[in-house]
Design a binder for this molecule. Structure first.
Ligand code: ATP
Length: 261
């Protein structure tokens, strides 16, 4: 039985005279891996920006129900930090780490983002107990281990190889304890082996944390093998959604996108 954690209803986004998103509908269910694909300029990143508070949709609704208790929350226009606190975490197409902080510190910052009155606040006021401080550090260590970055714990983010920085972004997003993790082109710039490893990591995150994952990705091999469902955007319109098999056989999708491959 499907259990939606995110419902996007008829979301449109205009930039001046340009309609980047045109009445887009999308649902992500509990523990699903959902991919959003489409040609360059289709509106994929604009969609992520509209659901994470970077842009306010021109019209339509973005509704979350993290506890699945029927108490839905409309999050249109909420600021990105509030969206994160509510349990939606994301990574960016262009990596946005704190370059002169260590990998561990970058992940610890993620912990702070979820809860305003967090332990991090207490740490910065010198008010946290040693035990509380250790708990935050432990969590960050565990996440770095999960994403395969144990040996980079004390490395400055800017000195880490590109593929490792992408993994660090995922660890930082997970530190906010999301119910939905949004990944914007996580495999961009990775070689085939790194891409396969990343795919394994994403699937293992779903298994370990029992969360939903939505990704924008151009690597069709990866998308087809790991997604439960796929949505296809073209010129701001959602032209198809379905299982990987359904999408691969959809003539409109082949014409708009897959045919280009
Ligand atoms: P890509 O795969 O290349 O990353 P995309 O599918 O993510 O592309 P978007 O970056 O969302 O596409 O862009 C969708 C459309 O909206 C494009 O025509 C783009 O020029 C336009 N657009 C996006 N952001 C803005 C903005 N801030 N101001 C004006 N136009 C914008």
């Amino acid at each position: 039985m499907s259990n939606p954690v995110l419902n996007v209803n008829a979301v449109s986004k205009d930039f001046g005279g340009i309609r980047a998103l045109d009445e887009v509908d999308l649902v992500v269910n509990d523990k699903e891996i959902v991919a959003l694909i489409g040609p360059n300029g289709a509106g994929k990143t604009t969609f992520f920006n509209c659901i994470t508070g970077i842009y306010t949709p021109t019209s339509g609704d973005v509704i979350i129900d993290p506890e699945a208790k029927g108490k839905t929350r409309r999050i249109n226009g909420k600021k990105p930090n509030i969206v994160t606190e509510l349990g939606m975490a994301r990574t960016f197409q262009n990596i946005r780490l704190f370059p002169s902080m260590t990998a561990l510190e970058n992940v610890m910052i993620g912990t702070h983002c979820r809860t305003k009155s967090s332990i991090w606040g207490a740490i910065s006021r010198n008010g946290a107990t040693r035990r509380e401080e250790q708990a935050v550090i432990r969590k960050a260590y565990d996440l770095l281990e999960l994403v395969g970055l144990k040996e980079f714990v004390n490395e400055l983010a800017m000195n880490m190889p590109y593929g490792k920085q992408r993994r660090l972004e995922i660890a930082r997003a997970l530190a906010t304890d999301p119910f939905l993790l949004l990944l914007d082109e996580p495999a961009a710039g990775m070689n085939p082996q790194e891409t396969r490893d990343l795919e394994e990591l994403i699937v293992s995150i779903r298994e370990k944390y029992g969360i939903s994952i939505m990704l924008i990705e151009h690597d069709m091999k990866m998308v087809m093998s790991m997604s439960d469902r796929i949505y296809v955007l073209d010129y701001g319109r959602m032209i198809a959604d379905g299982t990987p098999e359904e999408i691969a056989a959809n003539p409109e999708v082949i014409k708009a996108y897959l045919g280009e491959e």
